[in-house]
Write a protein that binds this ligand. Structure first.
Ligand code: SF4
Ligand code: SF4
Length: 274
């Protein structure tokens, strides 16, 4: 994690800043000599939306996906859990999804895999503030794609790679992960950290929390939303972000039902209400 912090500082300090109109030279295709080489020994942080896309692509539960394909890096400077893709234990440390003919989860590959060879950086780290956001080229010595003669604009690349689909969820996640609560150096309790992890990464478990506990007896949730979140992971994740703003940070994003006692603070956010 220290290495990543150093890289982030170097990007902000030294890397040429690109915008959506900036052009760059790059092409990746099956015949290229470095094919698949970028899919070994790589650090990939997964967003909550990445986890949903991947576990649904694989047809497994979020719990199974987390157990099989991820790990939680330990870093004392991190104020909330982050999830990384676990490489295989082979000599090359291959991504579990790479096959001879390429990425086996290509249509649902994680955000960083879509963006490559571009990265996004911002000198500001507050939620709701994209001031100064810029794109930059990632330097990857093994990659020969930079030598191909295909000039393109950053904005076109973003469209082609399906990155726009990830934007809304990314912004909603930033509302949580870059919350002012953390800027004030406050620490989440273990129960709240558990709830953060459940909502953001273990969406099937969060669904159980909502539907198999007293949750819906305690909070006003429109029937339409209840119907959506019962069957739609993406809607459930959006609802989960709203719940986290209430349960972790005390924002007034949820309504307690008349006559119900809001026990969320007493139980901790990781409550197992029955
Ligand atoms: S998810 Fe796909 S594109 Fe990303 S590293 Fe793994 S195999 Fe490569
Ligand atoms: S190393 Fe670069 S060009 Fe080669 S397969 Fe990976 S992204 Fe494509």
């Amino acid at each position: 994690m220290k290495e990543l912090e150093n890289l982030k500082e170097a990007v902000l300090r030294e890397y040429p800043r690109m915008n959506k109109e900036s052009k760059f030279n790059f092409s990746c295709h099956t015949g290229i000599s470095c094919f698949n080489m970028c899919c070994t020994d790589v650090n990939i942080f997964l967003t909550p939306y990445d986890v949903i896309r991947l576990k649904n692509k694989l047809g497994i539960s979020s719990q199974e996906f987390l157990d099989k394909y991820t790990f939680l890096p330990i870093d004392e400077s991190q104020n909330h859990p982050v999830v990384m893709l676990k490489m295989n234990g082979d000599e090359k440390k291959s991504c579990p999804f790479v096959r001879e003919n390429g990425c086996s989860v290509y249509g649902d590959r994680p955000w960083p895999c879509r963006m490559f060879p571009l990265g996004v950086a911002s000198p500001k780290v507050s939620r709701g503030d994209d001031g100064g956001k810029f794109y930059f080229m990632i330097e990857e010595p093994v990659c020969k794609g930079y030598m191909e003669h295909k000039d393109q604009a950053v904005g076109d690349w973003i469209k082609e790679q399906g990155i726009e689909e990830y934007a809304e969820m990314g912004e909603l996640f930033k509302e949580i992960s870059l919350h002012d609560y953390f800027k004030e150096k406050k620490q989440l309790t273990p129960a709240k950290l558990e709830m953060f992890y459940t909502v953001c990464y273990n969406i099937d478990k969060f669904r159980e929390f909502v539907f198999d506990s007293t949750f819906l007896k305690r909070f006003e949730v429109d029937e339409e939303i209840v119907n959506e979140i019962r069957k739609d992971d993406e809607e459930l994740l959006k609802f989960g972000f709203t719940w986290l703003r209430y349960s972790l940070f005390g924002e007034k994003t949820m309504r307690v039902k008349a006559g119900s006692i809001d026990q969320s603070s007493r139980m901790g956010a990781g409550s197992r209400a029955r």
